[in-house]
Design a protein around this ligand. Structure first.
Ligand code: NDP
Length: 241
């Protein structure tokens, strides 16, 4: 099925996990995909594998001006952008006894600022062309109140609100906006916890795999006519939150 034939897509955080699986799904559906992350070797390998004119782009989304650099690179290399999946993210648990304050700014920069800035810049680009799809990755963490989730979950909750308002502001413009909130999915996002000697959250229950979330992102991108899949919550079957 080439439901996205002729579409240009950007996936941030495409070097692993959900972003990598999403890039595979979008490319298999016919899209040309720009793969964004810092680990260029992985992006180059994935671009070769998925084909379809995939373009790797090494970019630190935590750096000032990253969203503008992404827009500039995308319009230069792809021309128009039809789909933006703001997927890149990091997890740092935030228990009051142990949280390293030096981790606060990168969390905000990557999980919130970069997503909001890219959403705004690409929303303008898409509004001008009269079509487009923005997908922002939220989390089950946005909806739960549990020890260790305050900063990460709080930023995702803020992103949920921003994303919903962006959808409303773009109503009737031809630009669809939606959020995908995964539950526990086994990826490298838990490596930091494990490196610090904590159990990863993906060790408590049988987790999902990245492609479970990628399928939902593809579904959102495949909407046609007057439909906009605005919120998709994909949780593991054993999730207890
Ligand atoms: P991974 O750790 O597997 O992937 C994260 C991706 O983000 C990597 O490609 C990484 O690439 C990229 N990234 C991190 N920092 C930067 C940076 N400064 N600049 C550019 N890219 C960066 O995590 P997941 O696939 O699990 O996470 C994807 C999204 O899903 C995140 O937004 C996360 O919050 C969300 N999510 C995940 C859940 C889960 O259980 N896994 C649950 C709920 C939400 P590189 O290091 O090469 O730069």
């Amino acid at each position: 099925m080439t439901t996205l034939a002729g579409k240009n897509a950007i996936v941030t955080g495409a070097s692993s996990g959900i972003g990598e699986a999403t890039a595979r799904r979008l490319a298999a559906a016919g899209a040309r995909v720009m793969l964004v992350a810092r680990r260029l070797d992985r992006l180059e390998g994935l671009a070769t594998e998925i084909g379809g004119g995939a373009v790797p782009l090494a970019l630190d989304l935590g750096a000032a001006g990253a969203a503008q650099a992404l827009l500039d690179a995308a319009t230069r290399q792809l021309g128009k952008v039809d789909i933006l999946v703001n997927n890149a993210g990091i997890l740092r648990t935030s228990h009051v006894d142990a949280f390293d304050l030096a981790e606060l700014e990168p969390l905000i920069a990557i999980n919130y600022t970069a997503v909001v800035e890219a959403s705004i810049l690409f929303a303008r680009h898409m509004k001008a062309q009269g079509s487009g799809q923005i997908v922002n990755l939220s989390s089950i963490g946005a909806s739960i109140t549990a020890a260790g989730t305050g900063i990460y979950g709080g930023l995702k909750a803020a992103l949920d609100r921003f994303t919903d308002v962006l959808r409303i502001e773009l109503a009737g413009s031809g630009v669809r906006v939606g959020l995908v909130a995964p539950g526990t999915t086994t990826t490298e996002i838990f490596a930091d916890m494990k490196n610090k000697g904590q159990p990863g959250w993906d060790e408590y229950i049988p987790p999902m795999v990245p492609d479970d979330i990628a399928k939902a992102i593809l579904f959102m991108c495949e909407q046609t006519g007057n439909a906009n899949a605005a919120r998709l919550h994909i949780y593991a079957t054993s999730e207890s939150f």
